[in-house]
Design a protein around this ligand. Structure first.
Ligand code: PEP
Ligand code: MG
Length: 908
């Protein structure tokens, strides 16, 4: 028996070694190619070199991996030769191969692909004879040299304006010939291109283009392995949390040709709409073209289905007559092929029970499937597809909930353009609605500039002729993306949808002039820095900034949320400081307020004056006078919160930040304050000086303020209790929870608890009525977590302030960590930003321990979290596991947390 490890897995009509459940080993593409063969779908034969070979390549290099896989690759090629009835390297009837990457998770366009491999000066003649099409043969060859020269040999542009040196040669030749389209070049022109490309390679790289097919094949395999670690793949992995250790597989497959004349075509299609989720099969194809032509977006593609085609024409303002004659759908153009494609698509969607994104080629009237995968989609499409597949009985409730990535709900929650504002706006151009949403920003034309501008806090719209994987970083920081070329499946469209970013593609009227850093539409010129707006749901490009309005949350979204509530155990509250925030939170389904930061109420309108008066006060009597002015305002705020939340809990935290935050730190504003308050400037400056701290986060803040100035605690308690009594009189079932911040010792808590209880008792005596309220503490210093059992004897609830707890446990300043954290993340010292996703091993352990300690002395003590982590799906899963009662997060993250809580419960 042969016990050496296996690295190569063949697939074809006669024999298939892989299957869909082997994605870790074969990558998504390889595993699904094998699965399609098993389903009896026509797929060009090929083989997959496993991800383990890639990992070995990264660790041990070429020579070692060549030894490991060489014999198997030889056998793989022999298998393909037998299946296709051609031989590799044969000059008269050559077998040509494609070599493509394929990782476990799909990373569209991030890694490398080589097509038409096996061609050289002899084989091109054979191909010409065999296909009886000289132009096709030379076109295949020039594409191969171009791709191989770029990807494997590494011929790159000398400057960003040069963009693509091969394309410049093509453009120059077209100008010389007086033609506009690549398709107008004849066989002799294409032959000349091959020669010029080779000359360019020799001149720039100092070596010849390889003529030996085997040398070509190995070069391509290594290039794909190397591309796993190229810059754009690394960025994509970083953005999508894909570990570097996974590696990519390499798929080597017989070429089929969509560019063999008018009975040939190539295209991509989605079993449901990737933008909206509608159950509509459609896609794009080009007659007489190769796959790269569809994705590159150079020619205007036709639509696959008739319904899709009619919709497309409507948006593009093309009449039915023009559509039917110029851009007929595949359904009209090749009805039997369309029916077969529809059959495959239905088979695949039912088999994988998810929306499929498929690639196909039609070679002289025969349909070949080249790829199927679960399609990337917008957040809105995720929700709709999950809920419709549930209704259609294709998936169960738990699967439907797991199909939606919680973070992607963000896209549905954020504002859309106000229809009134759109009506008033000037339409510049129309493109395709490639990725929905609303975006307003300043024009930039280069991805690196998008990054620089975004870093400077500017909102940018990246405008490109078409995007390429190099633009990824710029795309990720832009508010929206506009391309002049490209269809719904162009790189820009696919990547933008994956990112949930607004994108309008193929706005043909837009001319991008990279040299001038400007775009023109008709007579109008828009320069870098000008404002434009994009409506990714309609494809409109609008002049200037356009106003937005809140999204509507009903239909499938509402159903999904109801389903999430059915499965989740964790409650979700919101961090809300004003009645307006509370209303948003309530609409998003918050089960109460987990944190009201009372200090946020201090900044509004007249209040800041009273706050400043309190800070400037020389003695307790003066301070009390100023606090008396604040009391009615705070009481009003609390009444608003209680009313909005009705019978749900509202947790109000006592004043937390250091007092210097309420005073102006610069001279000009100090002068304004002096004039407004009629106090000497010197007094203000002196107080600012006194309040100055070297490390305010560890300074005079939290309960330390209430210990120094108990009258502040008294005022705030009185405001809470009076507000609660007032709204109770209106029939509201108030559940007030008063929370002490930044406690580190039992005595600190007790000192504040004494003031609170005494004040509440005074108010009850004055009013002649009482009310139940809870008195608890934040756990946000490591010491509080360590002694949570002692604190739990006194406090009726815990709320973990994981922002401070992270800061103090890691010793990372919340305000300064941004300076070094990116280095830490890049080097893998921390896997995630610990302020975004809880550090489960350290800070998380403290949380878990404090919960156990709290419950050991007070079984059933209410425990929640109100740091930023409350809205992070991975952290929510952790909080579920350690048994918290609720998470509290910003209102816009409430639906995300609800879904994450349901997924955590399903995961068990
Ligand atoms: C926390 O520290 O996690 C918290 C919620 O309080 P703040 O962010 O206001 O310090
Ligand atoms: Mg805190």
């Amino acid at each position: 028996m042969n016990s050496s490890p296996k690295y190569v897995y063949v697939f074809g009509s006669q024999r298939t070694e892989g299957a869909a459940d082997m994605k870790n080993l074969l990558g998504g593409k390889g595993a699904n190619l094998a699965e399609m063969c098993r389903l009896g779908i026509t797929v060009p034969a090929g083989f997959t070199i496993s991800t383990e070979a890639c990992t070995a390549f990264t660790e041990r290099g070429r020579a070692a991996v060549l030894q490991m896989i060489q014999a198997e690759v030889l056998q793989g090629v022999a298998f393909v030769e037998a299946e296709m009835g051609k031989s590799f390297g044969n000059a008269s009837d050559p077998l040509l191969l494609s070599v493509r990457s394929g990782a476990r998770a799909s990373m569209p366009g991030m890694m490398d692909t080589i097509l038409n491999l096996g061609l050289n000066d002899e084989a091109v003649q054979g191909l010409a004879q065999k296909s009886n099409n000289e132009r096709f043969a030379w076109d295949s060859y020039r594409r191969f040299v171009q791709m191989y020269g770029d990807v494997v040999m590494g011929l790159k542009p000398l400057s960003k304006e040069e963009h693509d040196p091969f394309e410049i040669i093509i453009e120059t030749l077209k100008e010389k010939r007086g033609v506009k389209l690549d398709t107008e070049l004849d066989a002799a022109d294409l032959k000349e291109l091959v020669q010029r490309f080779k000359a360019l390679i020799r001149a720039r790289l100092g070596c010849d283009f390889p003529t030996d097919p085997w040398e070509q094949l190995w070069g391509a395999v290594w290039a794909v392995f190397e591309s796993w670690n190229n810059e754009r793949a690394c960025v994509y992995r970083e953005l999508n949390d894909i570990p570097a250790s996974w590696g990519t597989a390499v798929n080597v497959q017989a070429m089929v040709f969509g560019n063999l004349g008018n009975s040939s075509a190539t295209g991509v299609a989605f079993s449901r709409d990737a933008g909206t989720g509608e159950d509509l099969f459609n896609g794009e194809f080009l007659v007489n073209a190769q796959g790269e032509d569809v994705v590159a977006g150079i020619r205007t593609p036709q639509q696959v289905s008739l319904v899709g085609s009619r919709r497309w024409a409507e948006l593009a303002l093309i009449s039915e007559a023009e559509r039917a004659s110029q851009y007929p759908s595949l359904e009209e153009l090749m009805p039997p092929i369309y029916q077969q494609l529809l059959k495959f698509e239905t088979l695949l969607e039912n088999h994988f029970r998810d929306m499929q994104d498929i690639e196909f080629t039609i070679q002289e009237g025969k349909l070949w499937m080249l790829q199927t995968r679960n399609g990337k989609r917008t957040g809105a499409a995720m929700v709709r597809i999950a809920m419709e597949m549930l209704k259609q009985g294709m998936i169960d409730e738990k699967t439907a909930l797991q199909r939606v990535a919680p973070d992607r709900l963000n896209e549905l929650l954020h504002p859309i353009f106000d229809p009134k504002a759109i009506k008033a706006a000037t339409l510049i151009a129309r493109g395709l609605p490639a990725s929905p949403g609303a975006a307003t920003g300043q024009i930039v034309f280069f991805a690196d500039e998008a990054e620089t501008w975004a870093k400077a806090g500017k909102a940018v719209i990246l405008v490109r002729q078409e995007t390429s994987p190099e633009d990824l970083r710029g795309m990720s920081v832009a508010k929206g993306i506009l391309t002049a070329r490209g269809g719904m499946t162009s790189h820009a469209a696919v990547v933008a949808r994956g990112m949930g970013k607004c994108c309008v593609s193929g706005a043909g009227a837009v001319h991008v002039d990279l040299k001038a850093h400007a775009m023109t539409v008709g007579d109008m010129v828009y320069n870098e820095g000008d404002w434009i707006s994009l409506n990714g749901s309609t494809g409109e490009v609008l002049e200037g900034k356009v106003a937005t309005k809140d999204a509507e949350l009903s239909g499938d979204f509402g159903d999904l949320m109801a389903l999430a509530d059915k499965y989740k155990r964790l409650e979700v509250r919101a961090n809300a400081d004003s009645p307006a925030d509370a209303l948003v939170a309530h609409n998003f389904g918050a089960h109460g307020i987990g944190l009201c930061r009372t200090e946020h109420m201090f900044f509004e309108g007249e209040r800041i004056l009273a706050v400043r008066e309190m800070i400037l006060a020389d003695n307790e009597a003066e301070r009390r006078k100023a606090l008396a002015k604040l009391l009615p305002m705070q009481r009003d705020d609390f009444e608003g919160l209680f009313r909005e939340m009705h019978d749900l809990p509202v947790t109000i935290r006592l004043l937390d930040p250091p007092l210097h935050e309420f005073l102006p730190q610069d001279d000009a504003n100090q002068r304004v304050m002096a004039a407004e308050m009629h106090v000497p400037l010197g007094k203000i400056k002196m107080r600012v000086e006194e309040l100055h701290e070297f490390n305010p986060m560890m300074g005079h803040r939290g309960c330390r303020l209430g210990i120094s100035y108990p009258e502040i605690t008294e005022m705030q308690t009185r405001a809470v209790i009076e507000a609660a009594l007032n709204v109770r009189a209106l029939g509201v079932h108030v559940k007030a929870e008063i929370m002490v911040p930044l406690v580190g010792t039992v005595r600190e808590f007790n000192a504040q608890a004494e003031v609170i209880r005494r004040t509440a008792a005074t108010v009850f005596a004055e009013r002649g009525e009482t009310l139940d309220y809870m008195l608890g503490t934040m756990i946000e210093t490591p010491r509080a977590a360590l002694i949570a059992d002692s604190i739990g004897k006194q406090a009726e609830f815990f709320s973990f302030g994981t922002n401070d707890l992270t800061q103090m446990t890691l010793g990372f300043s919340r305000d300064d960590a941004g300076k070094f954290l990116p280095d830490y993340l890049k080097r893998g010292i921390y896997e995630h930003d610990p302020f975004r996703s809880i550090d489960q091993k350290g800070v998380g352990l403290l949380v878990q321990m404090a919960v156990e300690k709290g419950r050991s002395v007070r079984p059933g003590i209410e425990v929640g979290v109100c740091g930023e982590h409350g809205g992070d799906p991975a952290s929510v899963a952790f909080f579920h596991r350690v048994g918290l009662d609720y998470v509290s997060c910003s209102p816009y993250r409430v639906p995300i947390a609800r879904l994450a809580a349901a997924q955590a419960a399903i995961a068990g």
